[in-house]
Design a protein around this ligand. Structure first.
Ligand code: FAD
Ligand code: PHE
Length: 478
């Protein structure tokens, strides 16, 4: 349990730049200790990248494309964060803020792998059975033939073989000849109905040639392993709960920071809100803007600060939500949550982890990065949808087009005030990273980019905690 609170109180004034998870958390934790916080947020909603798109939401991108979400009531797209691992502090905030959570299906043996060279999708369970089967066969035979005698005792060999026989479902001769683990064309049923097996397995050589193995290790990651979780009703429930606790009057929306001036005893921030330039002066400032955008804001904190901020590399990602009139993936294809992985430019297709068997539902029709995200992001939104649908039809057939109700796409690197999905630290320049972990006078920096969990809210929460702790200690000392 990771409950957090600052010990001792203060009524100092703090101005916080950016109302994403890091900025809101800083305001929330400092507020609990008595501080007088004001958050300046350029967008018309708090949360930053913690963004859930619902019907009626309008987004205009940097290329002038305007989209209005047409999703029906209750349908939403978590356009940014979508999943939370069990160990992440994000779940502690859900508990503390009273945000209910539900399972997020991050890996599912019944989803598909689609590779262009194969031309037809294969279920994860089939790919796993074949790959684990053949790898077990090879290792068992090498062991039988004495190839590992220099590294294994007789006892080791016996234990390894018994593991491989089970792990790969290989026979007594240590040949892999298929397994019920592959799944069935029709599943076993009543009486003597043993079901009908899928055709196959393909040869060992064909299984390796298909390269399905590259999709199998994703769920081994400490950050991506089942079980994962999501807030009930949308990821933005976290940002909304934080905003409510901070106090809506303390979070100024549509307030774009223009300039930061640090002084010996305070910090003055110039911002524009409602077309009017204003200033606010506080004892301290916490800057949580994306670093490459903060680098462009005039300040008197030193050119080394600007250079360090500008060294954080902005990374592109895109997501599209496709609302369907029916849940054909559940009803016809027996896929309940999880994701299909592809080598197409859509990257992956996600199936919803909630509202199973509801009349309608929303798929993530692409979630991709770097070049693919930039290629789709450069298109007008209707063309992004058309391209995503053409790709999805290859996997799921014509209903992928005919059942579509509406679409909404997010190109994060083309989104005003964010201009990236996330920023990677310059690992060839650790001094830049370390410089920004320290305050520049009375200005502190926070965000997932200043953590070891980039692209996770966990990193933003913990970075905010680290900064408010340091700031509070300084205040108590002075
Ligand atoms: P931000 O949310 O970027 O906050 C910065 C704020 O500054 C923004 O609100 C911005 O509008 C504001 N701002 C910018 N310029 C100005 C200005 N001049 N004046 C005033 N305000 C300004 N995390 C997970 O936990 N799970 C996931 O599954 C996950 N998936 C992700 C998928 C995608 C596609 C993306 C984009 C992110 C994902 N993340 C995920 C990461 C998560 O969204 C971030 O780690 C977290 O939201 C970052 O919070 P932050 O406060 O550091 O930054
Ligand atoms: N946290 C993001 C997500 O889960 C980005 C990410 C993708 C991080 C893959 C690590 C691995 O989608």
């Amino acid at each position: 349990r990771a409950d957090f609170h600052l010990t001792g109180r203060s009524t100092r004034r703090i101005v916080i730049l950016g109302g994403g998870i890091a900025g809101l958390t800083a305001a929330y934790e400092l507020g609990k200790a008595g501080y007088d916080c004001t958050v300046l947020e350029a967008r018309d909603v708090s949360g930053g990248r913690n963004l859930t798109i619902r019907g009626g939401r309008v987004e205009k991108d940097l290329d002038g494309h305007t989209q209005r979400a047409d999703f029906s009531s209750g349908t939403y797209l978590n356009a940014g964060p979508a999943r939370i691992a069990q160990w992440m502090v994000t779940l502690d905030y859900c508990r503390e803020l009273g945000v209910p959570i539900q399972p997020f299906v991050n890996a599912n043996a019944d989803t598909l792998i689609y590779q262009q060279a194969a031309g037809a999708p294969v279920r994860f369970r089939t790919a796993k059975a074949d790959l684990y089967g053949y790898v077990s066969e090879l290792l068992a035979k090498a062991t039988d033939q004495g190839a590992l005698d220099t590294v294994l005792t007789a006892e080791d060999k016996a234990r390894l073989l018994s593991f491989l026989e089970d792990f790969g479902d290989i026979g007594p001769e240590h040949d892999y000849a298929g397994s019920p683990r592959r799944g069935f064309a029709s599943y076993p049923g009543a009486g003597e109905d043993r079901g009908s097996p899928l055709p196959g397995p393909p040869s060992l050589s064909d299984v390796f040639a298909s390269e399905v193995g590259r999709y199998l290790s994703f769920e081994f990651g400490y950050d991506q392993a089942m079980m994962m979780f999501q807030p009930v009703g949308g990821m933005d429930r976290i940002a909304a709960a934080l905003t409510a606790r901070v106090g809506r009057q303390r979070v100024r929306l549509g307030a774009q920071v223009l300039k930061v001036t640090g002084g010996p005893s305070d910090v003055t921030v110039t911002y524009r809100q409602g077309g009017r330039e204003q200033t606010i002066t506080a004892d301290f400032c916490i800057a949580t803007l994306p670093p490459h955008l903060m680098a462009r804001i005039p300040h008197n904190l030193g050119t080394n600060i600007t250079a360090a901020l500008a060294a954080f590399f902005p990374f592109a990602a895109g997501k599209i939500g496709l609302e369907y009139r029916s849940r054909w993936w559940e009803n016809d294809e027996r896929i309940y949550g999880g994701s299909t992985q592809t080598d197409l430019d859509i990257g992956q297709i996600w199936y919803p982890s909630h509202d199973f068997h509801a009349p309608r539902g929303l798929l993530v029709g692409y979630y991709h990065f770097a070049d693919a995200a930039e290629a789709y992001g450069a298109l007008p939104p209707p063309e992004r949808t058309a391209r995503a649908i053409t790709q999805g039809v290859k996997i799921h057939g014509p209903k992928y087009r005919t059942e579509l109700a509406s679409a909404f796409s997010m190109a994060w690197h083309r989104t005003p005030h964010l201009e990236a999905a996330w920023n990677y630290a310059p690992w060839d320049d650790p001094a830049a990273f370390r410089l920004l972990l320290q305050p520049a006078g009375r200005v502190y920096f926070a965000g997932d980019w200043l953590s070891q969990a980039v692209a996770w809210q966990h990193g933003a929460f913990l970075s905010a905690r680290a900064v408010v702790t340091a700031l509070h200690q300084r205040v108590l000392k002075s």
